[in-house]
Design a protein around this ligand. Sequence first.
Ligand SMILES: [Zn+2]
Length: 147
Amino acid sequence: MDEAAIFAVLDQVPDPEIPVLSITDLGIVRGVADAPPRVLVTPTYTGCPATIAIEASIREALDKAGFDEVGIERVLFPPWTTDWITERGRQRLKAYGIAPPDPSATAECPQCGSTDTEEVSRFGATPCKAQWRCKSCLEPFDRFKCH
Ligand SMILES: [Zn+2]
């Protein structure tokens, strides 16, 4: 089985909520396993509405690339954390105007880089983003919460 070719296909599968990110940028693809051939995927968090959409996109991309015999297996442990987002993914998030997740409580404004920011709402444009506001440039921005 051509693992690299499968990863190349997965590299092209966008995140349904943040299309600038691929699912490999997100770090949710844990690997490719044999017997039976399958892609191991860890959902960003239990109950994230995007999980089903992501799995459907993976299925479609695999089928299109001729990997219709490759299945998808959900791996729940260890649980996904934002630490799994790749460096490329973090840069893409920032370029898209979403503050990359940070273990600290403060978010860096994607517009001006200020850390003088505040959370306006736990719920941003989608269930997986919180709404923040920069106190320096007064621009609102989304912060990545789960995925
Ligand atoms: Zn700002």
